[in-house]
Ligand binder design. Sequence first.
Ligand SMILES: Nc1nc2c(ncn2[C@@H]2O[C@H](COP(=O)(O)OP(=O)(O)OP(=O)(O)O)[C@@H](O)[C@H]2O)c(=O)[nH]1
Ligand SMILES: [Mg+2]
Length: 255
Amino acid sequence: MRWASRDCSTSPQPPHPPPLHTLNVNTALSLSPWLQLCTRHAMDALWQYQFRIILLGDSTVGKSSLLKRFTDGVYSDVADPTVGVDFYARSLDIEPGVKIKLQLWDTAGQERFRSITTSYYRNSVGGLLVFDLTNRKTFDHVREWHREVREHILPHHMVYILIGHKSDLNRDRKVTRDEAEQLAAELGIRYVETSAKCNSNVERAFELLTRDIYELMKMGEISTRDGWDGVKSGLTPKVLYPAEEEAEREKSCNC
Ligand SMILES: Nc1nc2c(ncn2[C@@H]2O[C@H](COP(=O)(O)OP(=O)(O)OP(=O)(O)O)[C@@H](O)[C@H]2O)c(=O)[nH]1
Ligand SMILES: [Mg+2]
């Protein structure tokens, strides 16, 4: 069966929300150094929870590309393999008044970095298990990734989502949606097909995983623990008007 190829130029491109820091940093740059410091502290506090999320899967499945699309809104056909572990961040408004900061750890898929990447499993609350829809082997390895993480973090658990990536290359697809959905069902996790190139479902995948973690947290199944960085509590954001800002600054900044 031939699959139709997706043309990115004709598919809807959801607008990329500006990164949390963009507007504030521009303002901060016009301020004196001590005020810049205070402003940075204030920006860091603009989230209620922080979730650490890790991306896992074979080399070249597109983990770094997914993250660059999600955090910076960019994509490139040329990408260097990740060396060890990389770090990205973005916030999501999960419900009115609740902002969640995502600390996103991008791991190298290459075997030679495995001893480095495994040390990041334990402090993650969520994981994206990524395979390339055009590369059957990467799909076959998903169970191994899942097993490896599970063994490393026992007795604790992680919330996963299965990602079939490069959905724009439909004509070269080697894994059907049914097969992937069946694997996801066996693992008891969600399945989403994404394309960093076409910006398809990228936002949705991260949002679904974040919501699942948040719901488990609300039910008390996940909570902050001493010595574990998977979930952290932050401060409640507060909108300050100029006069209040001045008073707040005098109160809270000894810099
Ligand atoms: N067609 C298509 N190509 C993609 C997509 N995402 C990534 N690629 C390409 O796939 C290749 C590998 O992407 P990376 O993001 O570096 O893969 P990775 O999983 O981070 O690889 P490692 O860092 O080695 O583990 C690059 O040439 C990307 O341009 C996509 O959505 N569609
Ligand atoms: Mg990479």
